[in-house]
Design a protein around this ligand. Sequence first.
Ligand code: C5P
Length: 229
Amino acid sequence: PDTAIIVVAAGSGTRLDAGAPKALVGIDSRSILRHALDGVFAAAPAQVIVVAPAGFEGDAETEAREAAGDRIDLVRVVTGGATRQQSVSAGLAALWGDVTTVLVHDAARALTPPAQIDAVIAAVTDSVGVIPALPVVDTLKRVDGGAVVGAVDRSELAAAQTPQGFPRALLESAYAAARASGVEYTDDAALFAAAGHVVRHIDGSARAFKITTPSDLERARHLLAETGE
Ligand code: C5P
């Protein structure tokens, strides 16, 4: 395949407080990572790099094997780093062959519809990065300590999701530039844009929410129970 999907799953999951790395926490009988990989393997065929928490590479390998089935030859598991950016870097270093499009996906967005992954792949060009995003529904305020100091026009804002897709060559050079500058970016789109490249957005979906807190995990459990997956 000329597409690779880097699934970053190396976060500790401190806010989930489940006593294990977040990606290995069960939603139902399947872990967060397993659900994320099931989604990835239901999308168009791609090389898949799983970035695992240090010490849990074997568990990640097992999950990948079960999700991939006879596509296991398309999978590599590597060890993540201390920050998300370092984990993505480790994933980029593990790409092989003549991949031209790279997607970076949070394992924590475990229920992301495969169609969202396919839509990102379809929208990437050799010069433009793509992110799925949702309109912001909350009323937002600018705050300073305890004071509300201003309103924010939410029509100018969108909530970014993953997978985020990029032309490989430009993403690799943007990562090299970020490493050289020592700046940590909040997502790959910000890092890519900082290197001077264009990022577009397509429609995200509610199901692609990120599992961060125990109530997010509850929401994921309810969604799976509803749809009987
Ligand atoms: O912590 P947060 O939920 O924002 O992390 C987003 C994604 O990045 C998660 O899937 C997490 O596993 C991954 N991550 C990583 N390496 C880190 C930190 C986060 O792979 N050091």
